[in-house]
Design a protein around this ligand. Sequence first.
Ligand code: COA
Length: 311
Amino acid sequence: MAIGAKITGWGSAVPEKIVKNSDFEGRLETSDQWIVERTGIRERRWGGTTTSLAVEAGAAAIKSAGLSPSEIDLVILSTTTPDQTTPATSSVVSHLIGTSGGAFDLNAACAGYVYAMVVGHAMVATGVNKKVLVIGSDTLSKITDMEDRGTAILFADGAGAVVLESSERDDFLGSELGVDGAAQPILYCDHGSYLRMEGREVFKKAVRVMVESAEIAMKKAGITADDISLCVPHQANLRIIESACKRLGIPIEKAAVCLDKYGNTSSGSVPLALADAADNGRLSNGDLVLFSGFGAGMTWASSVVRWQASK
Ligand code: COA
């Protein structure tokens, strides 16, 4: 019997503290109007730890799947901001949630969550694990220079998670992962320092890699853009999402967007957008969902997944 994987639950978590665009005015040379027009972001959340947000989102996803924590036999935590260099943040998260089996962190920057889902699928599809908790959690406010108007307005904190369970029918229809290390200088963070970014360069490359990788994933899945019910892109900039969707031939109304509320939360962004769409009834069983992320590296990842987690 072939083994596949399906998504059976989802959850999310954001810190309580809301930082509005107007909170930057006066302190940095910027304005609410500039930030909204150039990025689509209106407010974001700062606070918590990568561990605390991961635990809240992960526990919510397990509950939504109707499971108890001990039934989970692997935790994959995508993060760029682990709370300690060692141990991996996933080990403490696994302890606090009460999962069984193994746990590890995965870092592919802002593409990390789609990477983690694809790896989680592989672990289930090869029979190594049966119930995998895939969490994305980041606290980018810790590594953002609050005096730099080019980055302070973008980055934020948040987490999301899904549960993957083994299934006779495989809902992961086609995936693609990629990296171009030559692009390292346009977005990086040295140890003990802050994120440094060439925004315009990142913007141009992001649109290109998102489109190319989404097209490869759809081709592998044997579908076209017309078959996609919901596109869940990395939440970096609304103009990146609009431009990529246009080139892919996916109407912008089919994109899940929550960056207006949460900004760019790196690994938290794709699962936060998924949870936001699912919580708002935008997903029906049988829908085809296109996940697509990009980030520092430069990394990218796309996956086409059939949704059947709505109860
Ligand atoms: N408020 C006001 N002005 C700002 C500003 C801010 N917060 N940030 C930058 N500017 C200024 C720049 O200094 C520049 O001024 P200049 O013309 O005097 O030099 C001007 O706005 C235009 O800068 P530019 O970088 O061309 O703006 P942009 O339209 O490309 O928007 C970003 C800047 C950062 C919002 C945009 O490039 C972006 O989102 N890039 C992708 C970043 C990203 O996705 N990173 C994460 C990847 S995971």
